[in-house]
Design a protein around this ligand. Sequence first.
Ligand code: NAD
Length: 488
Amino acid sequence: MTLQDVIAGVPTGLLIGGEWRPSSDGATYDVENPATGEKLATLASATSADALAALDAAAGAQEGWARTPARVRAEILRKGFELVREHGEDLAQLMTAEMGKPLAEARGEVTYGNEFLRWFSEEASRIDGRFNASPEGNLRMLVRRKPVGPCLLITPWNFPLAMATRKVGPALAAGCTMILKPAHLTPLTSQLFAQLMVEAGVPAGVLNVVGGANPRAISGPLMADSRLRKVSFTGSTEVGIALLKQAADNVLRTSMELGGNAPFLVFADANLDKAVAGAVAAKMRNIGEACTAANRFLVQAEVADEFARRLAEALGALKVGNGAEAGTQVGPLVEAKARDKVLELVADATSRGARVLTGGHAIAGPGYFIEPTVLTGVTPEARVFTDEIFGPVAPIITFTDEDEAVRLANSTQYGLASYVYTQSISRALRIGERLDYGLLGLNAGVISNAAAPFGGVKQSGLGREGGAEGINEYTATQYVGFPDPWQE
Ligand code: NAD
């Protein structure tokens, strides 16, 4: 199918109560291709009234969905998994068109993202509880996990499918109804995904989708409504903090997957070939637009020049272009603002003495391209060291010993992903204990997996997605106590 055919099959409305409909005031917004600047589609832009209509539907469907047997919920998720696999090529084309990632990576995201549907279809019937006697013997104690209730799921633009399945999968499995609010830059993938889930048998009102150009108008009234019980957000730390403050007023359960500033540590005893290959993967996956992207390369002084030379050679050889074209390894950044911010960070680093080993410039448009870049001689004051870069720029900083490496790695408010390359097992384990990060790749540049608990510490967030932990985010524990039957 051509991209035009795929787009023609994507619903353009809001999914509320099982029906696709226009926004209540007729407002729309456009979706653009960042590789060409061309308009791809025009979608309905939800108003506050639409958001509340979606909550009416979700609240109305909550009890029925919670009482639906886990096996039935699991089968619907499994059917969703099969439909996503069947339509994988359409979803990949949409992601490349609206977000910019190379088609091969978009296909990889379909596989990765879809695993959350399969994993949580398997977890749905394993929500357990316990039953025991109180220590005094006077009570019997039943502990069970119930669905938390209607959820608001807000996703970012960088992984348009995986960030949705990572929330929708466990919410459905746990028996929660939901309102999905996709990012306005990349809503097409979510629209098609939602349609596939409806086709898979998700009942009306259980999954609602309200995208729009004004996210605050959608999330504000929802979060102030006591029928909403949870918000799960993936996005920037700045917006996450604002949402946490709003959530406090309604004492909502929250899951927050926020920004990162991942250190990538290379010790002198590392296998340098593997370290460079891991560095390319950890830096360049998704054009550097990943919360897990290696943001700071901390390299032991003895091997720093060699590592920098080899990394520059590898990054300099990557083919930049429209992700839809064969052979493209690096696509455009998602919008002009994102490209300009990355260029600003490079200029700031060089003004403080950093040296550009490769890249460093924008590539003429249309589209928001930037050359893969390696910087050496970066100082900890440079903004590339403190800020989330979200682009194909690799700053290299040297360290002399383990203590300095750990101090530099931990000197950030973020704590999502970290990477360590060393051949010493005891060093690897020691460093792991000292790093304040939710995720650690040991001699590995990509570690995301549906079966693993993904999430950060510090300002990188609260809660975990995926793994056995992921479903807990959508359940509330209820304790039922009753008298010892021997004393009745
Ligand atoms: P963003 O915070 O700008 O937007 C994320 C979502 O929130 C979008 O749907 C957006 O429309 C919505 N939003 C924006 N402002 C809002 C507001 N005031 N009220 C309510 N909703 C609002 O983030 P982004 O630019 O889409 O995504 C990039 C960020 O996401 C990066 O910081 C990245 O690290 C982070 N991220 C984190 C993870 C993780 O798992 N920790 C995964 C992917 C991305």
